[in-house]
Design a protein around this ligand. Structure first.
Ligand code: ADP
Length: 236
């Protein structure tokens, strides 16, 4: 066994899930969006979740990000048991331990790139100004050191997604959750964003990047592909 593999096995997983079930009441029936999912995902990895529409990908991503709770089963993320969190603790967990990246970037149009990146600090009761040097360093990290004062409308789609990625990093989260991050980008720009997400995962053994996509080409850029169908993990 190579030293790499030994280190990888010794590392506690960032995500550990057992028997995750999520049911939704729908009229008189119950929809089982997740039907017994087990997962162990270590840090330092860029992982994709693929599957057809309705497979349960978003439900799984929402549970990983403490945006939703399973009906049954257990899930720990970065050592925290998410089923034990009340609403306040879940919101603090999301703010401090999770970075979210969306298909449509979700930037504040009236704020500059650096202000958008620093915004999670403001929402965590810190001053925007104090976070400025770090926001600028993160923009440099994602290749936008020359765009720190630009507003979203003055940036390309790929640049806006890079700002959103820098924003997702400002709280130094253990897990980055990306929902179709290349869905609104041309394929070349999308490949650059995938490369960046992979680098961010590989830079840090204590950070996991998880991407939901229905695009097999995007999934091919990841270290590990998890296929979900009918609420179950088919391959991992
Ligand atoms: P995907 O992201 O793979 O397209 P989802 O996780 O959004 O799939 O949905 C999985 C299943 O759960 C689907 O059958 C969907 O219709 C159902 N579902 C998702 N959210 C709800 C909800 N809030 N109420 C009822 N059913 C839902």
């Amino acid at each position: 066994m190579s030293p790499n593999i030994v280190r990888h096995v010794d590392r506690p997983p960032i995500v550990s899930a057992r028997g995750l079930v999520r049911e939704y009441a729908f009229g008189d029936t119950t929809v089982r969006a997740l039907d017994g999912v087990d997962l162990d995902l270590p840090g330092g990895r860029f992982v994709s979740i693929i599957g057809p529409s309705g497979a349960g990908k978003s439900t799984l991503l929402h549970i990983l990000g403490a945006l939703d709770q399973p009906t049954s089963g257990t899930i720990t993320v970065d050592g925290v048991s998410l089923t034990d969190l009340d609403d306040t603790a879940a919101s603090e967990f999301r703010r401090r331990r999770v970075g979210f990246i969306f298909q449509f970037f979700n930037l504040v149009p009236t704020m500059s790139a650096w202000e958008n990146v620093a915004l999670p600090r403001l929402l965590d009761n810190q001053s925007l100004r104090k976070a400025k040097p770090e926001a600028i360093a993160l923009l440099e990290r994602v290749g936008l050191g020359d765009r720190v004062d630009h507003r979203p409308s003055e940036l390309s789609g790929g640049q806006m997604q890079r700002v959103a990625i820098a924003r997702s990093l400002i709280m130094d989260p253990a897990i980055l959750l990306a929902d179709e991050p290349t869905g609104n980008l041309d394929s070349r720009t999308g490949q650059d964003v995938l490369q960046l997400l992979g680098d961010l995962a590989h830079d840090r053994p204590d950070r996991l990047v998880v991407m939901v996509t229905h695009d097999n080409n995007a999934a091919a850029a990841t270290d590990h592909v998890i296929t979900v169908r009918d609420g179950r993990v088919l391959s991992r």
